[in-house]
Write a protein that binds this ligand. Structure first.
Ligand SMILES: [Zn+2]
Length: 311
């Protein structure tokens, strides 16, 4: 599966969102056993469809690495608001209050750092990080309990289930735990519904090149993020952070030396380096010093300084 097999239309309020106290959200949280302490929801004009003050985008084509940036999001009201103003709310078919965001982020953090531990273990075979999630004690396999599941910190896998893994192997059980997290987030239990509903559905979609194509339609942003994450893991995609703006981008095999998320950031980095070279030159630094400070070569730096020298 590729990201192009999926499609989403995520609405974002053009006039932005704001945190509002909402009694229903408060009551819902109390009913679930929470304190109801926040009862804060992100309100904005999104649900009004016709002439609604919102724009729509498809993160599967326009924000392919958004799942990486979601991992870095701080669970504060201000950071969540800024994220929503740029990318929309987690569920546009429902109100999401502050505790829903924090719950989604805690789940995310658990899965994301598990995946990082798996990757680190594959590279180095050092077990410190992966042992935070799976560990063997004699013949028993223990799993770290996800933050939302139990009060206990560790779950013991029944001996009959542990048999599927080679004794002492950490990689397969950790990968199996990650898969179970993805599977859990492919479905949603709606109130009053006896069975869980899939978060994505198969549909046919117009395709100019060949009349139509099968697409998996994903209505809500949070599910888009889980699918982006799962597809990247399944396809072993590599990601880096943009050196200018910090946004994540996917590393493709043709351009392994890529350092910026888009052309705008690449051009900004170029202009900044040129400006710095000229500034250093003005302060009397030698070309050699400028080269080593900017990690560049003589020819490039000379080219940048030339027009300035003519003046
Ligand atoms: Zn950038």
């Amino acid at each position: 599966m590729q990201l192009t097999d999926f499609i989403a239309a995520v609405p974002v309020s053009k006039s932005g969102y704001r945190w509002e106290h909402n009694f229903e959200a408060y009551a819902r949280e109390v009913k679930r056993g929470g304190t109801g302490a926040d009862g804060l929801v992100l309100a904005g004009q999104v649900l009004g469809q016709v002439g609604g003050d919102h724009r729509v985008y498809d993160p599967f084509t326009q924000e392919k690495a958004l799942w990486r940036d979601f991992a870095k999001l701080e669970p504060t009201e201000a950071a969540i608001l800024a994220f929503a103003n740029r990318y929309g709310v987690l569920r546009s078919d429902d109100t999401t209050n502050l505790s829903d965001w924090r719950d989604a982020m805690a789940r995310w953090a658990f899965a994301f750092s598990l995946w990082e531990a798996i990757e680190a273990y594959k590279r180095s075979r050092r077990s410190a990080a992966i042992n935070q999630y799976v560990r063997w004690e004699k013949n028993t396999l223990h799993w770290q309990a996800p933050p939302w599941s139990q009060k206990t910190k560790w779950l013991t896998l029944p001996a009959s289930d542990a048999q599927q893994f080679n004794h002492g192997d950490l990689l397969a059980p950790a990968q199996s735990l990650l898969v179970s997290l993805f599977r859990l987030h492919m479905y949603r239990q709606l109130p009053g519904q006896p069975v869980a509903t899939p978060n994505a559905t198969l549909d046919v979609w117009p395709d100019p090149a060949r009349t139509m194509a099968f697409k998996i339609v994903v209505p809500n942003l949070i599910d888009v993020l889980w699918i982006q994450f799962a597809v990247a893991v399944a396809n072993e995609k590599q990601f880096l952070s943009c050196e200018v703006c910090g946004r994540a981008f996917e590393l493709d095999d043709n351009r392994v030396d890529r350092r910026f998320c888009d052309n705008a950031c690449r051009m900004k980095a170029y202009r900044d380096r040129k400006k710095k070279a000229i500034e250093m030159h003005r302060r009397g630094k030698s070309i050699k010093d400028i080269c080593s400070a900017l990690d560049s070569d003589m020819k490039t730096i000379r080219g940048w300084l030339k027009p300035k020298e003519k003046k």
